[in-house]
Design a protein. Structure first.
Length: 170
């Protein structure tokens, strides 16, 4: 059975390859340092019965962000203070051999669950992501992200969309 775990020394980061050197490098060299410094937190998908070190099937990282409400779509910006907080999906990657098997969607759903947990404790208006290109933008839009008017590759999923998705799944 697969599970999402917080990245630790028990995970095999060195053999991970998603086909993107910047994402591979982040997992191998930066993710744990960011966690130790309080910059972001990285979560990995692993097989539940894997021995240590556990191979990483995919990962995502989250961090707190603050944005100006005027950068949001007008329908979202109204009635918000000038500065608002949210959660940013900093990175999401799937190991090459696991791609096109629904793992990216599973990681995104897990990230959305984490957003709800964070919201219960600290608030936040939703989930933000910077798409690396038009293809990635289309992927995120498929799941309900909307582009920010100020930058077409910056996308936002309002908290109400996340809540609605989990209500429909129940």
């Amino acid at each position: 059975m697969r599970s999402i775990e917080t990245l630790s020394k028990s995970h095999d980061r060195e053999s991970f390859d998603c086909g993107s050197e910047p994402l591979n490098s982040f997992l191998k060299h930066t993710a744990r340092q960011h966690a130790e410094r309080g910059i972001s937190q990285t979560f990995v998908l692993v097989e539940g019965d894997a021995l240590d070190p556990k191979p990483v099937l995919g990962f995502f990282s989250l961090n707190i962000c603050q944005i100006k409400s005027e950068t949001l779509p007008e329908s979202e910006a109204k009635k918000l203070p000038r500065n608002v907080s949210g959660i940013k999906l900093g990175r999401l990657a799937v190991a090459r051999e696991m791609q096109r098997q629904g793992i990216g969607k599973a990681l995104l759903v897990a990230a959305m669950e984490k957003v709800l947990e964070i919201h219960e404790t600290a608030g936040g208006i939703g989930l933000f992501v910077d798409a690396k290109d038009r293809l990635a933008k289309g992927y995120y839009e498929h799941f309900g992200f909307v582009p920010l008017p100020s930058n077409n590759l910056q996308l936002f999923m309002p908290l109400k969309t996340i809540l609605s998705a989990f209500r429909e799944a129940e």
